[in-house]
Design a binder for this molecule. Sequence first.
Ligand SMILES: C[S@@+](CC[C@H](N)C(=O)[O-])C[C@H]1O[C@@H](n2cnc3c(N)ncnc32)[C@H](O)[C@@H]1O
Length: 264
Amino acid sequence: MAGAKDNLFGGTAYQPQGEAYFDDGREIELLHFMYAHPHLNDMRGNPQKVLDAIDEYGKTRKYLMNIGEYKSKTVIDLIREEKPKVIVELGGYVGYSAIAFGAALKNIGGNRYYSLEMNPEFAAVISMLVDLAGLSDIVKVVVGPSSDSLKRLFKEGTLNHIDLLFLDHYKPAYTPDLKTCEELGLVSKGSIYAADNVIKPGNPVYLQYVRSTVQEKRQNYLRIDSSSPRGNPDLIYDSQLIEGWEPSGVPDAIEITRCIGIEA
Ligand SMILES: C[S@@+](CC[C@H](N)C(=O)[O-])C[C@H]1O[C@@H](n2cnc3c(N)ncnc32)[C@H](O)[C@@H]1O
């Protein structure tokens, strides 16, 4: 297989990431690949076969910035164990995580998977592949910048609680978006956050925030200027790093954070 390599993560790796690695037409090319695929009919209503075909494109054609087979297992196990009703993902790209986690949510009888994606072209790809996988009844694609979408969904009464928040968009937006969810009361005791890419490319600001004590957060709260969300420093977090691999075979990790209480 040209360019692909076997790696410690136990699978065949995606094509190397390279300099230009998204938004160069490959997302639409992926759609053509899927709809010209000899196994297209087997994919209809079958999330795993859709994921396999997306992975096939990533391995044989061009790199895709998906969470990939290895790390997605961490989140799927979490969904099976914790049985969330509502999942919100920040950053949908071509729908790999929405299909993998939306299928897991559907299997445990969950209610809704919101995939928040800023790029309307990518959002259209997500919708088509979610539909192909037979998950349109549970996955709702929401187009726009995540901070606006979170506030709008809350204001219109569509979203009032998040059981599992999957953060996988613009790395500097992880902390302000989490703080927006805290301020709106969308997250509370029992909510869980899964933050991807905390090693590659890394997200020290986010890790520091979710690993801080209430006392530390209260001290910093006073220093935050009023133009950015200030969050709710009273939420008590328990956070741990789960190591894994990017689909390109590069080491990475997901930070799993549990809100275990609220300090009075
Ligand atoms: C790493 S990709 C997501 C991969 C996807 N979660 C998966 O594993 O299949 C990041 C995505 O976040 C989107 N994005 C970046 N900033 C965003 C924002 N502020 N709001 C919503 N989406 C954003 C990008 O357009 C891109 O599609």
